[in-house]
Design a protein around this ligand. Sequence first.
Ligand code: GLN
Ligand code: ZN
Length: 758
Amino acid sequence: MPKNSVLGFPRIGEQRELKFALERYWSKKSDFSAVENVAAELQQRHWNYQLEAGIDLVSCNDFSYYDIMLDTTILLGAIPERFREISDATERYFAMARGDKTHTAMQMTKWFNTNYHYIVPELNTKTTFKLNSAKLLAELEEAKAADIKTPKINLIGPLTYLALSKSDDNSDTFEHFDALLACYAELLETLEKAGVVYVQIDEPYFAKDVEQKHLSLLKIAYDKLATVAPSLKLIVTTYFNHSVEATNVLVHTPVYALGLDFIYGEKNLESLDAIAISGKQLFAGVVDGRNVWRNDIEQTVALLERVAVHVEKEKITIATSCSLLHTPYTLKYEEKLDSEIKSWLAFALEKLDEINLITKTFTQSALSAKEQEAYAENIKANISRKHSKTIHDIAVQTRVSDVLQVERDTPYAERIEIQRKALGYDDLATTTIGSFPQTPELRKARRDFKKGEISQEVYEAEMKGYIDECVAFQESVGLDVLVHGEPERNDMVEYFGEMLKGFAFTQNGWVQSYGSRCVKPPLIFGDVSRPNAMTVSWSAYAQSKTQKHMKGMLTGPVTILNWSFVRDDKPRSEVAKQIAVAISDEVNDLQNADIKIIQVDEAAFKEGYPLRKAQINDYEKWALESFKISVSSAEADTQIHTHMCYSDFNDIIHTIEAMDADVITIETARSGNRLLKIFKEAGYAQEVGPGIYDIHSPRVPSVEEMVAQIKALQEVLPQKQLWINPDCGLKTRKWDEVKPSLQNMVEAVNIVRKEATV
Ligand code: GLN
Ligand code: ZN
């Protein structure tokens, strides 16, 4: 019996090796074999880490050059029609992921409620599946060569695959169930032939509220899959919440094990008796795969003992709650982190050791001297965290609990009249989302300044030079509302976290967001407050360079929270409220400095939604309240914008409306105006800037294309309500893509405006 298992390991590399290799290849500075070499080295290294930490079931097929859902699409041969003409497999793979000059990329969306993004499979009635297991088998061979005795193959389950797919012809993706199941059956047979024993099949879809008919399909699927290749041991795994409904079904199928998340799905404890009766193995996710705090081993072992009251000890495999993809790699490069804070943390590598120690403590009658020492150290660290003085700030707690004002003083209908008059912008006003391309020079200047290698003056001069260029460029193309370009920001959350109290930063705590893009989330370890203004001097400087309106640029409290690793000793709602109060002070300082349009980005508002309906009300209540508190200081003539980067608003449109922002800019470029229709149907009254081109792709959209797009938007919402903008910030793009794109965008607006006046 495997004693422990890891659900998946991060793949970008502890020094982000894969990222740099990919980006060299994309910019044609190396050929693909260089990427392959890096990939092989990383896989080897990650397996070794798991082996060295005494992990029984080491994850295979969790590596990907870009995204595992995309790899699954390739594995199943479900390549959308438009990419089929590309004969080179590597070229085609990256065209699907990122688009190229002639191919629009596939849609990308957030993986459940994480900040990881997957490539959405595109299915239609013509889709066929054809197994293409070459990559998987090659990885398996490498694992065997690396001396991994029991490689565990990780797969995305068929039902989750269908549930996360979109259809481009309105057909139900589940119509493909039979065909897909046949393909999976063939895959499992192939794996069995290749000598595989353990297969982890991820079905996180069932951690949501699912329809009865999908639960019925679950039964059909696993009755079949667990019998086609009888020597395989299937571990059907869910995470991010409980999945009691699915468990009730799966215990009546011949699968080997269920993998459940006991960190984010406490209710899974209710399934224990059913699992015990079924005699199945239980993979118990007890080490948090989504947070960075050190495991409280005493508590975890106590939890496992409670589980063992129901399920035989021998049938329990200790596991991570989900893939470690969502945590940074290791603390070993953290030289600057406060040593007290550091002692409270565990990243992926350290979590492997935690699993090992938990396994030993839980299964052995006695610990070795070394293990005892590790155990004692764990207890000490957790006690120190509970009582640390660096965490609790009474002044902050008092101010935040005294907050009374949530609403703005003037209702929207009145505000917008005042703003339109004061700000004087036309219908179809053009703007951008905030950032302009981050050049190597900017990054170097920020780095040098941080290291103390250049003075404050030199640094500021460099940033201001960049702001000057951004302003000049925006004026030259004729944009209506300008931005300063965010040159001083490495990241929209990190920037604010660095200036707020209660946050700590890692040097190397990178987590993959999509493709080669990584983020380095701050750690919120203590009470949050704002010692000084954070953005005012930059925005005021930029405003001094133009007669047009300069938009102030802030990150909202919910996004700061959702993109940070948040302390787990206080409710998230309370932490959000502390941040909101700090941001409202910044809004006030900006308007006092004559910045009359302020954007408060809530890019991550949606990803904080709980997966289960029963938990949504609570989240919406405090998230909404936090956003509103953060802008409650705005006067009626200060226009509040917000920005959100996704295309799935169906369920939350009324909450978005209740945020009461004057203008919202959203991502629609990859989903046409389907999204906008939701705004219309909801009777959404505020102004909307539906992104009219996709900034995630290097492609420059043409004037004609954008004219057509604007006209399509006008069919849905009156032009008085529309703003025209790209669908997200431009920091990841190059100037030679941004310049012509924005020029074309403004030209398109001019054409449409002119046509409207003749
Ligand atoms: N203002 C930010 C930017 O332009 C917003 C980024 C985002 O929404 N992800 O980069
Ligand atoms: Zn965005």
